[in-house]
Design a protein around this ligand. Sequence first.
Ligand code: 5GP
Length: 125
Amino acid sequence: MPIDATKPYDESNIFARILRGELPAETVYEDEHALAFHDINPLAAVHILVIPKGAYVSWDDFSDRATEAEIAGFVRAVGKVARDQGVVVQGYRLLANIGKRAGQEVGHLHVHIFGGQPLGPMLAR
Ligand code: 5GP
């Protein structure tokens, strides 16, 4: 069931629980501002999720309320994880679903990194 990205942050969401260490994750990168881990249901040969450490529901919330340091730290982390995964030369895709029509399932901002294979068209018609 997609979330309503205009609702307040819910501390019980799955990624908040991963950040608190209450649920396991296959972490590939962590720093002051971001955590990156494998998606539990990978849709490509490389499918990593990168999340900010702060409590932001979505890209909309993050871009509105996050500090400059949080935004810079998160953007740099996404780029670094992609480089570390070796997907830059062949190319990769970033995706952030925001709210109901995009089908966002977890109410903590996450950017998907897809790569490691041809990725096809941007959207199915
Ligand atoms: P969304 O549809 O919100 O953009 O993507 C949510 C993603 O989170 C999905 O790709 C889903 O497979 C992934 N996911 C859901 N629960 C978990 C979990 O407990 N652990 C991990 N690593 N990924 C999860």
